[in-house]
Design a binder for this molecule. Structure first.
Ligand SMILES: Cc1cc2nc3c(=O)[nH]c(=O)nc-3n(C[C@H](O)[C@H](O)[C@H](O)COP(=O)(O)O)c2cc1C
Length: 184
């Protein structure tokens, strides 16, 4: 599939078939994350695969925050997740001196890794949905994620159960988001 076609065809999936995703495929998706560029090549990430039944139940719980709110009410149908966890970034002295913040690029880096992982999944015939909301404390207690290693996003991965449902892409127009040579 050409890249432009992938851009148009990728969409978030919120209903999955009852079909496991192979470990091999999940590792390939992590490999796409691993190869992602990052500020100062700091690679401030760790990818946690969650594909066993008990761990998946814990993940669904950790995706539910105070008051029972969740970005993934459909999570139980999903056969696999990969949590993208922010690690301490070892950035160049120049960057640290200027920003006084070693993590200044880390969230952007993780977003880029996540996108590469989505497209790798797509090439493998899998569908994905990024889940932004999670309870960090539950992540720490359920999975032993150390304090300070923030789960920035969780990627839900599986075979889509949504049939012929290509939704229209609701996006701002190019005019609204592009300006040329000066701000307008
Ligand atoms: C950082 C981030 C967080 C997101 N969190 C959620 C979420 O919690 N639940 C959900 O169903 N979709 C979530 N999404 C998916 C977006 O709603 C979706 O990408 C957007 O509406 C565009 O639709 P599309 O992905 O189908 O093109 C998230 C996407 C991103 C990038």
């Amino acid at each position: 599939m050409k890249f432009e076609e992938m851009l148009l065809k990728r969409e978030s999936c919120r209903a999955y078939q009852d079909r496991a995703v192979s470990r091999e495929d999940l590792l390939k998706i992590c490999e796409a994350g691993r190869l992602t560029p990052s500020g100062c090549n700091a690679q401030p990430w760790k990818f946690m695969i969650v594909d066993e039944s008990e761990a998946r139940a814990k993940m669904c719980d950790a995706l539910t925050v105070e008051g029972g709110k969740t970005g993934a009410p459909w999570g139980k149908s999903c056969p696999a997740f990969i949590a993208l966890v922010e690690q301490k970034a070892d950035v160049k002295p120049l960057v640290l001196d200027y920003y006084k913040d070693s993590q200044v690029f880390a969230q952007g880096d993780i977003g880029m890794a996540c996108m590469n992982m989505c497209y790798q999944a797509m090439e493998l015939g899998l569908s994905t949905c990024v889940i932004g909301l999670n309870d960090q404390q539950k992540m720490e207690s359920s999975f032993g994620i150390p304090e300070g290693a923030r789960v920035r996003m969780v990627l839900a991965i599986g075979y889509s159960a949504e049939k012929n449902t290509m939704r229209p892409k609701i996006r701002k127009s190019l005019d609204e988001i592009v300006c040329i040579n000066k701000w307008s």
